[in-house]
Design a binder for this molecule. Structure first.
Ligand SMILES: [Zn+2]
Ligand SMILES: [Zn+2]
Length: 245
């Protein structure tokens, strides 16, 4: 897997013509994410990216997305570790980690229409006063996710499909805030364990040392993320991405 030129590692010597190995970022099997629609004949989604800054207007890693058939992929896979990149911007190099998919109902954060936000504002404030948490705490997430709303750190920038012109579907987000404040950190991963009557789990304090051991460990511009979109109209499921920070 080779990456394009026009990329660099900040504050370092130019990369030169030699190819840079892509790094694996996301791997999801259909069996682990039942809510994710896979194109016919595929059951494995892989995202890799070139771990350098790219002069493509986004100044971030450059991703590729692959829908695969896991049986065929396993049959032709090479044994052993993938080759390490000879150069890498550490912000875009995830450490090896696993995912614990947890279904959740999410409501729009940045994507909440302004009129609706104004209409509900009083209720949000009442809720905060009565219960101590607000809409954004309990109903939205900016963490890595499949489906739902993109984990924007900035105002929404939904792409339209270059082929059919319709707004593309949010496939998944890879965000810096993972696991972040721990709102969506599974209870089993928390320390110390919370009692039934203790503080609501989404605001329970995780032990900092434990928190540090979770997640992909990437900074992604401190608070930003990479958001992936697809069009389902075409059989090859074209994709595009957005990045903000
Ligand atoms: Zn590159
Ligand atoms: Zn399209």
């Amino acid at each position: 897997m080779r990456a394009e030129p026009g990329h660099y590692k900040p504050l370092s010597a130019p990369v030169g013509p030699e190819p840079v190995a892509m790094v694996p970022v996301v791997q999801l099997y259909a069996r682990n994410v039942p809510g994710l629609v896979f194109p016919a004949g595929t059951d494995l989604l892989q995202i890799l990216w070139c771990p350098l800054v790219h002069e493509d207007g986004r100044y971030a890693a450059h991703p590729r997305l692959h829908w695969r058939n896991s049986a065929l992929t396993a049959a032709s896979a090479a044994a052993g570790e993938p080759p390490p990149s000879h150069t890498v911007e550490e912000d875009y190099l995830p450490r090896p980690c696993t995912v614990s998919p947890t279904p959740a109902v999410e409501y729009p954060n940045w994507d909440l229409p302004e009129e609706l936000s104004e209409l509900l504002d009083e209720r949000f404030e009442d809720m905060k006063e009565e219960l101590g948490y607000d809409y954004y705490d309990v109903a939205t997430t900016q963490q890595s996710k499949v489906g739902g709303y993109p984990g924007w750190a900035q105002p929404p920038d939904w792409p339209d499909c270059a082929g059919c012109g319709t707004r593309m579907e949010h496939l998944l987000s890879v965000t810096a805030s993972e696991p972040g404040g721990g709102r969506w950190l599974p209870l089993d991963d928390r320390y110390p364990r919370q009692d039934e009557d203790a503080t609501p789990s989404w605001r329970a304090e995780a032990e900092p040392g434990t928190l540090d051991a979770f997640g992909h460990g990437m900074a992604l511009g401190d608070l930003g993320g990479m958001y992936f979109f697809v069009c389902r109209v075409y059989p090859d499921t074209p994709f595009t991405h957005r990045y903000d920070c």
